[in-house]
Design a binder for this molecule. Structure first.
Ligand code: FAD
Ligand code: SF4
Ligand code: SF4
Length: 480
């Protein structure tokens, strides 16, 4: 091992090549190139094979990172793929969209003074190679079981549970209100971070493996939760969070002020070849417009960068704190800056100006950053007399998401929710207050990350299995 690994002293950190801003902003293709075989081998060999790998501890999936790095360094890619896919349902997706700087790579302790191993890029390389080589197989089970699960939501949490149970022989049906599988992977996250082909090929494999998808089916309207419960031994709710947080103030109802996810979904659909009337008529299209995006998270970054690619005349991001206190990933902020987005830090919207019912500008005020509160978050206060107007033809609100009122939508008051509206579950069994109904992903955590959705989905699959097997082996429980 020693001669192949620990190469950090000789080899410096290399991240995958990034397309130049002028080139990449002209299309929606992913901005990072893939590692060459030689580069992946070299970069993997920088790992010092820590006895206590902090990278794995801080990966929500506890991936066996040092093992697959070593196998990659040795050119044993098929084995690297086996190990990486044993703990992660979508390693190629996490390699693309995880905020590695806050998770695995941010905790890589290679040695003081040396940059971390580029874990995410190697993970992506391993699995993209596995796809090319035909090593990625559908989750076809060795034997079929009679157990059946109904999963509501085809996002990462629902799909991770579906894959795990199907591979073990379960009869799996996934219900989703959308016409495509993937949840926010398909209609939220833009192509330049995650090309849709990467999601669609997974969906195809799952269908080949026998997972039954019931699409265009909104549970609570097209079918009730009670009907789904009656069809299956257990149910998993993985519906994510979609209710956009709104902003009030004078002029908030003017035309041209739109929620972020509607805007991003329209763009993703267009890129998938759908005809989107609101894109065609300009309502959800930034071409030629002065665009203001309100918010400082990753969704805001996705909006500003989408607007640039659609050919906006100018794009400004309005955020009430400063750059250092922004919730969005610094990598994405840097990418946005390179692509020509203007950031108006410490600026809070107070209202909107308009003409003939359509927005013409955002009225904002400059903020002063105060001392941090008990949670460590800096409080902000308006600076008197600092008001200004940011001209805008399209305003995109990216202020975060809350859960829908599921007990009402599903007609099940027995489902309980937290004060934030997320579903409450038993932390160990992952079951809601309804017998045999489990929940996972953003609908439990609140808006989170793809990798946490995968983790929750996999854990929920294990809990569902234990529940159904216990019930099947206990006549008293089965009779309930
Ligand atoms: P979702 O992915 O939201 O999937 C839920 C599914 O349930 C959807 O398909 C929905 O149609 C379906 N559904 C909802 N209600 C019903 C119903 N009543 N009946 C039937 N189906 C229903 N995370 C990262 O790690 N990296 C990123 O770069 C990143 N970028 C993001 C960008 C944007 C714009 C957004 C909004 C989020 C981003 N995230 C990112 C967060 C990440 O996408 C989510 O945390 C993750 O997708 C949550 O997975 P989930 O399966 O819980 O829910
Ligand atoms: Fe890092 Fe995400 Fe991969 Fe875990 S899943 S190793 S956090 S990129
Ligand atoms: Fe390798 Fe860094 Fe993980 Fe240590 S923390 S095992 S050096 S990737």
């Amino acid at each position: 091992m020693a001669e192949r690994m620990l190469q950090f002293v000789r080899l410096s950190q290399q991240t995958p090549d990034k397309r130049a801003a002028a080139e990449r902003k002209a299309d929606f293709g992913e901005i990072y190139q893939r590692f060459s075989a030689e580069r992946a081998t070299e970069q993997a060999s920088r790992c010092s094979q820590c006895g206590v790998p902090f990278c794995s501890i801080h990966c929500p999936l506890n991936n066996n990172i040092p093992d697959w790095l070593k196998l990659t360094a040795e050119g044993r890619l098929e084995e690297a793929y086996e190990i990486s896919s044993a703990t992660n349902t979508f390693p190629e997706i996490c390699g693309r969209v995880c905020p590695q700087d806050r998770l695995c790579e941010g905790n890589c302790v290679i040695e003081k003074g040396f940059d971390s191993v580029t874990i995410g890029a190697v993970e992506k390389y391993i699995t993209d190679t596995a796809w090319e080589q035909g090593w990625v197989k559908p989750p076809t089970p060795v034997r079929e079981l009679a157990h059946s699960v109904g999963i509501i939501g085809a996002g990462p949490a629902g799909l991770a549970a579906a894959e795990r149970l199907r591979a073990r022989g379960w009869q799996v049906t996934v219900y989703d209100r959308y016409d495509r599988v993937g949840g926010l992977l398909i209609y939220g996250i833009p192509n330049f971070k995650l090309e849709k082909e990467v999601v669609l090929r997974r969906a195809e494999q799952f269908a080949k493996g026998g997972i039954n998808f019931v699409l265009n089916c909104r549970v609570g309207e097209d079918i009730s939760l009670a009907e789904i419960r009656a069809k299956h031994d257990a149910v998993l709710i993985a519906t994510g969070v979609y209710k956009a947080r709104d902003i009030g103030g004078p002029g908030a109802n003017l035309g041209g002020i739109v929620p972020a996810l509607e805007y991003l979904t329209a763009s993703n659909r267009e890129n998938l070849g759908d005809h989107v009337p609101e894109f065609a008529n300009g309502t959800l299209n930034a071409a030629g417009k002065r665009v203001v995006v309100i918010g400082g998270g990753d969704t805001a970054m996705d909006c500003v960068r989408t607007a640039i690619r659609q050919g906006a005349a100018a794009v400004t991001c309005l955020y009430r704190r400063d750059k250092a206190n922004m919730p969005g990933s610094m990598r994405e902020v840097a990418n946005a800056e390179e692509e020509g987005v203007h950031f108006s830090w410490l600026s809070a919207p107070e209202g909107f100006e308009g003409e003939n019912g359509v927005v013409t500008g955002v009225r904002a005020v400059k903020m002063h950053l105060g001392l941090p509160d008990a949670t460590g978050r800096h409080q902000v206060e308006p600076i008197p007399g600092s008001g200004f107007t940011e001209p805008a033809d399209l305003v995109i609100k990216a202020l975060g998401f809350d859960p829908e009122d599921l007990p009402t939508l599903f007609g099940e008051p027995g489902l309980t929710v937290s004060r934030w509206g997320t579903l409450t579950i038993d932390r160990r069994s992952m079951m809601t207050k309804l017998d045999g109904v489990f929940a996972a992903g953003d609908i439990v955590r609140g808006a989170s990350l793809v990798v946490w959705g995968i983790r929750d989905g996999r854990d929920a699959a294990d809990q569902i299995e234990s529940y159904v097997l216990a019930k099947a082996s206990s006549p008293a429980l089965a009779a309930e």
